[in-house]
Design a protein around this ligand. Sequence first.
Ligand code: AMP
Length: 181
Amino acid sequence: MNYAIFGPPGSGKTTQAKLLAEKLNLNFLDSGTVLRASFDTEFGNKAKEYMDRGELVPDELQFQIVGDYVAKECDPNKGFVFTGFPRTFEQISFMENMFGGGFDKVFVLVVSKEEFLKRLAKRAILENRSDETPEAIEERLSEYNSKTTPVINYYREKGVVEEINGERSVEEIFEDILARV
Ligand code: AMP
C-alpha cells in the first residue's frame, strides 16, 4: 500500500504522514526532511540554495538525494507514506517507475491561507528553518499553486483524493485520515 499526504506549507502534512506510517507500519518519506538532512553533503548544499529561496529543488538533484535515502533507509518490502513528493509531473513519472504503481489514497489537507501563515510564523520562531522568511514562504506558496496543485488534480481525476479539513487538532485530523484509509 502507498499513500501520500499533500497540503500547503504549514498544513501539518509531515506530522500526519509520520503518524500514518507508524500506525500502518510503512516507510515514511518526507522529501523536505530528507533534503534538509542532506545540507552538509555536496548535493544537499546545492539543494539548500533553491530551498532558501522557496523554489523547488530541480528534479535531477532531488532524485539523487531522495533516491539515495530510499535505497539506504527504506524497507523495500513495505509500502510508503509520502509527503512533499511528488510535487511535479516529472516526479510522478519517477515515482511510478520506482514503485511500479500509484497511490491507493491521496490525502489533501485543506487549510486556509490565514491559518497556515499563522502556523508558519509560530514555527519560524521554534525551528529556525532557513526557508521560513516571508519572501521564501510567498515563493513556496506560488510553487505549490502552480506546480503541485496540477499534481493533486491528476490524482483527483484518478478518483483517489480525499480532502481532509486540516483546521482541527492533530488527533482529530488523524482519526479522519485513518477512517478513510
Ligand atoms: P517542505 O518541508 O515540504 O515544506 O519542503 C521544503 C522545501 O524543500 C521546498 O520548498 C522545496 O524547496 C524542497 N522540496 C521538498 N520536497 C521537494 C520535492 N519533492 N521536489 C522539489 N523540491 C522539494
